[in-house]
Design a protein around this ligand. Structure first.
Ligand SMILES: *Cc1c(COP(=O)(O)O)cnc(C)c1O
Length: 418
């Protein structure tokens, strides 16, 4: 058993985490820490959270044995944790429900959030509709243009979307604007953060709301592998790191299970066009905590790139920085091209259209499986579904991809008779 008890009382994961926020937020953060400490062990809170996950989200999400894909790889068995089947199409809703439940108990009727691709904004707008809370979502003006279907979804759900015109008009500018709003309206406003980042207690709190993913897997995997057996490796993509922490955390004590986080290597880890904070970043402060970030020599946040908007974030949750330093988790990169290939492959061989984010995890699992034996197993967190990405894929691959002469009659091997 791997001994692990983090964060400490001040919200530190070793030398990462903590709370770096303006004086004006000290009171709000203390209030939030106290409320979370009170409700996280409250049987009534826990029962309501579980009921929401069961009836509104549709949990538990299944684990699926990707048998055809595994056979094709000729190595380890690959299993997919189907977070793509959740209401709103990804894991993000788990955390948003938990935070919205806290907001209600704290008497905060106004919710703010920031979003890059719009996925966290949609999840937040969804739960605000469910609970009758006011919802304001900050989004970089550039992202508002790029992600118009999600902007419309948020509006359908009753949210106000505020385009942020400052800076590069993307996620990090939206983050700053959300922080500014929180400072100005702290009395009646709850800030729902969408990943395991932010000042203490957010990284631990978001992880706790997401760890239901791994806890379900601990029950589900022995059904496939036999009594007491758990997978040899667990793989998840890492943007801010919440779906990865959600599936990793319950597995941390299981030393024989490797934990592998997949960052977006974009055009290559050494191209300067990627979002691999853990592999190519350095320690610094972003979004209220100390972690690994992509910064230049003057400490300015650098532009990031990934084919998948959800991984396009210049930082990462502090707990991942710590798990990497402890050696308990390992972080690797998958390029845009590898992710896109894995996206097409999973569509064709298993009948599942994955999110481009999740396709990074699938791509690494395909590589790793080939180096392992058929009696070994890999569990992949399929963090979301790819409906939102079909426009991007059509642009990149060509809408006529499957109509080209070279693709005519294309089927993945290992088919029909099996
Ligand atoms: C937002 C998102 C991610 C990245 O966020 P994490 O906090 O790293 O999990 C990954 N997959 C999907 C489907 C997403 O929507």
């Amino acid at each position: 058993m791997f001994e692990y008890q983090y964060p400490d009382a001040s919200g530190h994961f070793g030398r990462y985490g903590g709370s770096f926020a303006s004086e004006t937020l000290t009171h709000a953060l203390t209030e939030l820490r106290q409320a979370y400490a009170k409700y996280q062990n409250d049987p009534e809170f826990i029962a309501e959270f579980q009921s929401e996950l069961a009836h509104f989200v549709g949990r538990p999400s299944p684990v699926y044995h990707a048998a055809r894909m595994s056979r094709e790889m000729g190595g380890a068995q690959i299993y997919l944790k189907r977070e793509d089947l959740n209401h709103t199409g990804a894991h993000k809703i788990n955390n948003v429900i938990g935070q919205a439940m806290l907001a209600r108990r704290m008497g905060k009727p106004r919710i703010i959030a920031e979003t890059g691709a719009g996925q966290h904004g949609v999840a937040t707008a969804t739960i605000c509709a469910r609970y009758g809370l006011e919802c304001i979502v900050y989004m970089g003006a550039e992202d508002v243009k790029r992600q118009s279907p999600n902007v419309f979804r948020m509006k359908l759900l009753g949210a106000t979307v505020v385009p942020v015109e400052s800076g590069s008009r993307t996620l990090k500018d939206a983050l700053n604007e959300a922080m500014r709003d929180w400072v100005a309206n702290v009395d009646n406003t709850f800030y729902i953060i969408g990943t395991v980042a932010g000042p203490h207690p957010y990284p631990a709190m978001v992880r706790d709301f997401q760890k239901v993913i791994g806890e379900e897997c601990l029950q589900q995997m022995p059904e496939f592998l036999g009594a007491e057996r758990q997978p040899d490796a667990v793989i998840a993509c890492v943007g801010g790191g919440s779906n990865a922490m959600g599936i990793f955390h319950p597995y941390i004590p299981f030393e024989n299970t490797r934990l592998i986080g997949v960052e977006a290597a974009g055009e290559g880890l050494d191209s300067g066009r990627h979002s691999a904070s853990l592999q190519r970043g350095s320690a610094g402060v972003l979004h209220g905590n100390r972690t690994f970030i992509l910064q230049d020599d003057n400490g300015q946040i650098t532009e990031t790139h990934s084919i998948s908007a959800g991984l396009d974030y210049p930082g990462v949750g502090p707990e991942h920085a710590w798990l990497q330093e402890l050696g308990r988790a390992q972080y690797v990169g998958i390029t845009d091209k590898e992710a896109l290939d894995a996206f097409h492959y999973l569509c064709r061989i298993e009948g599942i259209i994955p999110a481009l984010e999740s396709s990074h995890a699938v791509a690494y699992a395909m590589k790793l499986a080939k180096t392992m034996r058929a009696d070994q197993s890999i569990l992949v967190n399929l963090s979301g579904r790819g409906d939102k990405d079909i426009g991007t894929v059509a642009d990149l691959s060509g809408a006529d991809y499957y109509d080209r002469p070279s693709m005519r009659g294309y089927t993945v091997k290992g088919g029909a008779a099996q």
